[in-house]
Design a protein around this ligand. Structure first.
Ligand code: 5RP
Length: 223
């Protein structure tokens, strides 16, 4: 199976996981990116049984509305039962790097609210040590250079994602060449830099379940 087929397979497995847990007032959190888009497609056969959703980006919101699903403002929601999203990397502790698509802040907020966070990814994303994929950091635009200098002090190599503005109106710095052995420590350190909105390490709140598409079939990992 190629990477696209693996994405479709994990999306289908996640949709089945959600369908088996549907309840009357379930609010489903939906992530951003190509794997999440496949997941949205897999909701189609049982979309009428889904009470409502929250979206981690404007793009995802558009896709959910096009499917006929209700998309709520997170502020009007007490509980998100399950949040399903892709990732750029995962280690065996289910610490993730996310934000390749630039939606990391809204993704992290929904992950914080969700009772269960299900990550879906193909096998290329499962790594022994995080950091080969550049780690995104969302920054307030006027703080970009300040944050970049602070990241250099931490040993990282920040690169401005030129021409990209997040759904929140901010900029992204992608940190290259970091071997991330203490993901929770680095997540906290980066968030302490003034001007950082958040960073793409999902370690303090990791995934609860990783559904991984491999050439040998679907594998499920819990932390
Ligand atoms: C977007 C994300 C995505 O989940 C991540 O980039 C993976 O994307 P894809 O499923 O397209 O490989 O964090 O901000």
């Amino acid at each position: 199976m190629d990477q696209n087929e693996l994405k479709k397979a994990v999306a289908q497995a996640a949709a089945q996981y959600v369908q088996e847990r549907l309840h009357e007032k379930m609010v489903l959190g939906v992530g951003t990116g190509s794997t999440a888009n496949e997941f949205i497609e897999c909701l189609r056969p049982f979309k009428d049984q889904i009470h409502s959703t929250v979206a981690s980006s404007e793009e995802t919101k558009k896709r959910l509305l096009a499917l006929g699903l209700e998309v709520l403002d997170l502020n009007s929601v007490d509980e998100v039962s399950i949040y399903v999203d892709g990732a750029d990397e995962s280690n065996e502790q289910l610490h993730l790097i996310k934000g390749g698509g630039g939606a990391l802040t809204r993704e992290k907020i929904i992950a914080a609210v969700a009772k269960e966070f299900v990550c879906i990814a193909d096998q290329s994303k499962y790594v022994p040590v995080l950091g080969r994929f550049p780690l995104p950091v969302e920054v307030i635009p006027m703080a970009r250079s300040h944050v970049a200098r602070a990241i250099v002090q931490l040993g990282g190599d920040p690169v401005y994602r030129e021409g990209f503005i997040t759904d929140n109106g901010n900029h992204i710095l992608d940190i290259h060449h970091m071997e991330i052995k203490d993901a929770i420590g680095l997540e906290n350190q980066l968030n302490q830099i003034t001007g950082v909105v958040t960073n793409g390490l999902f370690a303090a709140r990791p995934a609860d379940l990783l559904i991984l598409g491999t050439s040998d079939g679907i594998r499920k990992y819990t932390a």
